[in-house]
Design a protein around this ligand. Structure first.
Ligand SMILES: [Zn+2]
Length: 220
């Protein structure tokens, strides 16, 4: 069937549980995803009290079509940093990860962050809710839909994907944690529900692509 509309699947923070639970599902359905990583995963692991997979170990997914995006170095609120610190957070992570897109830690942005980030990255994902267009109007302020335990249901996620097809738009789905039994964080989506949504996406005539690939395609 004729494909229309785009969906990007993004995982913030690089949790070990995502590697264990979500990656096998994506592989099975041949769906690529974006993993947004802080270089200093240990620091985030301490704050969040949950295992973060080191960035170097995520890089092995790149040949399979996954994108590694920058999520800064220390996962600080970028709007609260001095210029040299902000510069370090933005450039050091891009260099190490070979990243061309950015996910703002905690979604915190202001004009300074945006303008400095645009010198290093082709696109930046915010936590502002909304659908995108291809090409996006403001690539450094990409909107997204953040799925959590509170707002995720398979039916709702599938309907949003159907809307993408109907309107030929672009939806960036953001996830943090995929775990069947974790009730300790609001940021969790159940593995079985995630699997059902991914099966739906794999059968829907939309293009599931990474942010980088969609940005490149809209430049062509
Ligand atoms: Zn984060």
């Amino acid at each position: 069937m004729f494909k229309r509309g785009y969906i990007s699947i993004v995982f913030d923070d690089g949790y070990e549980a995502v590697y264990r639970n979500a990656i096998p599902i994506l592989r099975r359905h041949h769906l690529p995803a974006v993993i947004a990583l802080p270089l200093n995963g240990d620091k985030l692991a301490k704050t969040e009290k949950r295992a973060v997979r080191p960035w170097s170990e995520w890089l092995s997914l790149v040949p399979e079509g996954f994108e590694i995006a920058s999520h800064s170095v220390n996962h600080h609120n970028l709007t609260k940093l001095s210029l040299p610190d902000l510069n370090f957070e933005l450039t050091e992570s891009a260099k190490k990860l070979n990243a061309v897109t950015l996910v703002y830690p905690g979604g915190a942005i202001n004009d300074t962050v945006i303008s400095l980030a645009s010198q290093t990255y082709q696109a930046g994902r915010t936590i502002h809710y909304g659908f995108e267009t291809v090409p996006p109007r403001e690539p450094m302020r990409l909107r997204s839909y953040n799925f959590s335990r509170r707002n995720f249901s398979v039916i709702k996620a599938n309907l949003l994907a159907l809307w993408v097809w109907l309107t030929n738009s672009w939806l960036i789905e953001t996830y943090h944690l995929i775990d069947e039994h974790d009730q300790t964080t609001m940021h969790n989506v159940k593995t079985s529900d995630f699997n059902r949504h991914m099966s739906f996406l794999a059968r829907l005539p939309v293009q599931v692509k990474t942010i980088k690939d969609i940005i490149n395609l809209s430049k062509a």
